[in-house]
Design a protein around this ligand. Sequence first.
Ligand SMILES: [Zn+2]
Length: 237
Amino acid sequence: MTNKEIETIYEIIIKNHKEHLSSLGIKLPKLKNGDSFTMNSLVLVYLAKDYPNTKIVSKEELTQFIKNYFPDVNDVQQGRHLARQGGWYIVSGQRGDITDIKIPAGSYKLISLKKPYPAFTSHRNINFTGNFWENLKQTYHNRCASCGSPENEANYINPSATTQLQQGHMNPEKPLEEGNIIPQCQECNRGDRNRWIYDKRGRVTGLTQEALLSRIKKLDKKTASIVVKFLQEKFHI
Ligand SMILES: [Zn+2]
């Protein structure tokens, strides 16, 4: 791929990002750091080739491409990171990917530049129309649904910080929209809480599918066999 091609594809990404993704809190990786391309932008550009008719790209192919710019790289993980943490709608062929789109193991595909990765959680407040957010906060007496910290006062979990109420997901695997939002302070709404599902009272009621799968992977044999037996009986499999 020539530099010109890279820049042309990046322009398409910029345009779509501005129109569809920026307001969701998805960050556009910088094209260059000084004179050289950044790895994130190269990965995104490579996956966005021929957009919207993008192809399935194997990790080997992607790594070969990246090696032209970063010769020491052996294992390019950016595809996954851009999706899970960055919010770009890139699916990867591996167990644990929460999307319904199935592609071969060890490969990636950019699905859309108009929609976020389905499980993407932005911690920015989205501007809902009308007084939805103010009203919602009032029903919680302007306190964090989970820990009760009052807005603009000392935070209960981190007393040296002032409580800022953010729009927290009840279920991080569903879109941030009415019915799936509770006010949470910056401590309760931290990124690493993405694995939890909350009820309207801000209490943890479950694990996300992704978190559940990663728990299952860690089960010991004895517990696993109990789980398997239970599932077989429950679902007649
Ligand atoms: Zn809180």
